[in-house]
Ligand binder design. Structure first.
Ligand code: MTE
Ligand code: MO
Length: 605
């Protein structure tokens, strides 16, 4: 696909498309830039936590809560309950161990299947030890930034409709009754060393960590799979006999009765280890990738039949459950490594020896200090050098994002009955006298100005827009913060606009300017690739669900480009400019959130 776009039929457009009072200028006067750029502001190069995201004050959430039916349960209760259950389980296991049948069972299934020939994969090879280190290192940033992303919309749902009260999990209070409550208001802060980077609504930066490091983590995982299966090492992780289940039960009884099973970790893992490692490596990790991709607007719009069933919210919920599994796994794994012979265990992994010398512990200590320095340094580094984080993040995930942007989307298969009962609001509402005056007059004086590098710049009133050929689509909105919703949009297809104005062949980007300001002041705007504007799902909408756009959703006109995330769907549009490059617009990053909050300009995932 080329960046340039042919503009068929622009020469023979009837003159009636040119609006009275606006010269259908051609040549030099058509190149006069629109006045929008003057309203833009530049972003900061460092993150000032006091003024970040429109000076949002820090906001703590609530302890995790899960809804069962109509009742919410505080998950902190799991700590004392879990402890009590553990005590009971220990008592029961101790009692059971004295029973003759249980003793026979333990003799028959001691915990580890040692029958096969183990000679080939004795010990842990050096590649696996390095990969384990890298995995831990990457995981820290992935888990922290993942939690940060969750806290930007601190609720989970089973269906794509994010109706207040229908969340099944939240770390935030119930949604207030305010009809104009925004998702940004709903976001919460995290402690700086827990989240990455902790401060409220820092999802732009968190995503560079999350997606960027994910690429490295996936590469590490692919190399691990390859080496695992090209050696005998896979036999450690993949159970090859059903005895793994009774062996796992046996191990559980032995651990719970506080009488450790014989450890043969140098040779083979016990049943419980094999099962949990298998689940982590071969189920949880791939599921994390799949559910991550399941949240992409471009992929979900492209693969609608899959997305209908496996919705973004189901994907997000499962993605979180995988996160919970990883956390639980880490807690239990680390506790058992520490309590089942720490010196030997550390030697297996760190020094590659099968003894209880101190060497493994020293290597581990050196390794742990690297991890701690990286852990502690990540948030300050991000706040001081956010541009660097974006550059590195984009270098890692950018190629995949560019690829997904080229998906060929067709009009959706959503129907009226799929329309969401509740559609979240987001962003900063316009509060200028100019907007107020327009709204008071029912937008009779509204003029949409379209210009830049086009043959026929135009200015269109709302009536004139409504007189153009209409376009309707029922599509799903994906906010970067994680909520989604389906709505029916009515308006004018962007290809109608393209035909009307005739973009010059060198145009690469189409910039949409708002009547409203962004969070930090200065006009909100966003740049879209010109190829997207020929997509069947790119339009200027003046209706939502069969009624004129409401104030909150962007009255009188907003953009829809369903290949991209929500922040690119500029509301309260005042003008459209066709340009070659956006480097000299605002701070030059391609949009308001890009300039001010370090988002990326292409966000199909
Ligand atoms: N002018 C303007 N447009 C904007 C925003 C904004 O702050 N200002 N927020 C964006 C974000 S982050 C989202 S998710 C969508 C939300 O649209 P909605 O409020 O209709 O759901 O609008 C986008 N368009
Ligand atoms: Mo958003």
């Amino acid at each position: 696909m080329t960046d340039e776009q042919e503009q068929p039929g622009m020469a023979d457009k009837p003159a009636s498309n040119h609006i009275d009072g606006v010269a259908p200028a051609s040549g030099a006067s058509a190149r006069v830039p629109l006045q929008f750029r003057e309203g833009l502001t530049r972003g900061e190069a460092v993150v000032d936590t006091a003024t970040w995201a429109g000076s949002v004050p820090a906001a703590t959430g609530v302890a995790p809560r899960v809804r069962i039916g109509s009742r919410w349960f505080n998950l902190l209760w799991l700590l004392p309950i879990g402890f009590a259950v553990l005590l009971v389980a220990v008592a029961v296991a101790k009692g059971l161990r004295n029973e003759a049948p249980v003793q026979r069972f333990l003799l028959r299934y001691p915990g580890t299947d040692l029958r096969a020939d183990r000679g080939q994969y004795l010990g842990i090879p050096v590649w696996a030890r390095w990969q384990h280190f890298l995995n831990v290192f990457f995981m820290i940033f992935i888990l922290r930034s993942g939690l940060q992303i969750l806290s930007d919309h601190p609720r989970l749902y089973w269906t794509r409709h994010c109706t207040p009260g229908r969340d099944w999990f939240r770390i935030q209070k119930p949604v207030p009754a305010d009809p104009l409550w925004t998702a940004k208001q709903d976001s919460i802060s995290l402690p700086a060393q827990v989240g990455l980077p902790g401060i409220r609504h820092s999802i732009g930066l968190a995503r560079w960590w999350h997606l960027g490091i994910n690429v490295l983590w996936l590469l590490n995982g692919i190399v691990f799979y390859i080496l695992l299966f090209s050696t005998e090492q896979w036999k450690r992780l993949v159970p090859t006999s059903w005895t793994v289940f009774p062996n796992a039960v046996s191990v559980a009884i032995q651990y719970l009765s506080l009488n450790w099973p014989v450890d043969s970790g140098w040779v083979a893992y016990n049943g419980a280890q094999q099962l949990t490692y298998f689940i982590t490596v071969f189920i949880a990790a791939p599921l994390a990738l799949l559910t991550g991709l399941g949240m992409s607007p471009a992929l979900s719009t492209r693969f609608k039949p899959i997305s209908r069933v496996f919705s973004i919210q189901l994907a997000r919920s499962i993605h979180f459950l995988v996160f919970a599994w990883f956390l639980l796994f880490i807690v239990i794994h680390v506790s058992l490594v520490a309590t089942t012979g720490i010196l030997v265990n550390l030697n297996h992994l760190d020094s590659g020896r099968n003894d209880d010398s101190w060497l493994g512990l020293w290597i581990f200590a050196a390794w742990l200090s690297v991890v701690i320095i990286a852990w502690v340094g990540a948030t300050p580094l991000t706040l001081r050098h956010p541009g660097l984080i974006r550059r590195v993040g984009y270098a890692l995930i950018g190629p995949a994002q560019r690829l997904f942007e080229h998906v060929d989307v067709t009009p959706g298969e959503y129907t009226e009955k799929d329309i969401s009962p509740y559609f979240w609001h987001n962003g900063r509402y316009p509060d200028s006298a100019e907007y107020q005056a327009l709204a008071n007059g029912g937008f009779a004086d509204y003029q949409l100005r379209i210009g830049g590098l086009v043959a026929h710049p135009v200015q269109l009133s709302l009536d004139e827009l409504r007189a153009l050929p209409g376009h309707e689509q029922i599509t799903q909105h994906f906010c970067i913060q994680g909520w989604s919703g389906i709505a029916k949009w009515g308006g004018v297809s962007m290809s109608t606009i393209l035909d009307l104005v005739g973009a010059d062949p060198e145009v690469k980007w189409v910039v949409f300017y708002s009547l409203g300001e962004g969070a930090d002041g200065g006009i909100y705007y966003d740049a879209h690739p010109i190829q997207h504007m020929r997509s069947q799902l790119a339009m200027l909408a003046y209706d939502m669900n069969g009624a004129p756009l409401t104030f909150g959703h962007g009255a009188p006109v907003r953009l829809r480009n369903e290949i991209e995330l929500g922040f690119k769907q500029v509301k309260w549009v005042s003008g459209v400019e066709f340009v070659v490059d956006f480097a000299d617009i605002g701070s030059g990053f391609g949009g308001y959130n890009q300039d001010h909050e370090f988002f990326g300009y292409r966000q199909p995932i």
